[in-house]
Design a protein around this ligand. Structure first.
Ligand code: 5GP
Length: 120
């Protein structure tokens, strides 16, 4: 899938669209989800044009991969989520239910999060 430079997260990265930013460094930007599914629901995106995890893990530099993982760690730490636990999740493609075609990781916390995947 070709990267769409005008997807909403690309526009948030370029600061064309506001977001409640909680963390930023050279590799990543993290902000509150506009429609939170848990008391803490943060989205973290890499600084680069990657559609999804599959795309990112194929094309991103080792430096960016490490930087992105460390940025996730920093967000988890900033909310103290390591104490009570949390979930990180990335949706991919149509079966994964991905809505925004810029790779992002969801970070959920603040309450027990239930089953891993809702049963049909
Ligand atoms: P996906 O299904 O692609 O993994 O999830 C996309 C997420 O982005 C959803 O949880 C949705 O609420 C969030 N989202 C969509 N548009 C915006 C926006 O403009 N700002 C913020 N902060 N979150 C958004």
């Amino acid at each position: 899938m070709k990267y769409d430079k005008n997807n909403i997260f690309a526009r948030i990265l370029r600061k064309e669209v506001p977001a409640k930013v909680v963390y930023e460094d050279n590799y990543a930007l993290a902000f509150h989800d506009i429609n939170p599914k848990a008391p803490i629901h943060i989205l973290i995106i890499p600084k680069g044009e990657y559609v999804s995890f599959y795309d990112f893990s194929e094309k991103a530099s080792p430096e960016l991969m490490v930087g992105f993982t460390k940025a996730i760690h920093a967000v988890i730490k900033s909310f103290d989520l390591q104490k009570s636990g949390f979930r990180i999740l990335s949706n991919e493609g149509s079966n994964g239910g991905q809505e925004v075609p810029h790779y992002h990781m969801h970070i959920f916390g603040g309450r027990p999060l239930g089953r891993m995947i809702p049963q049909e």
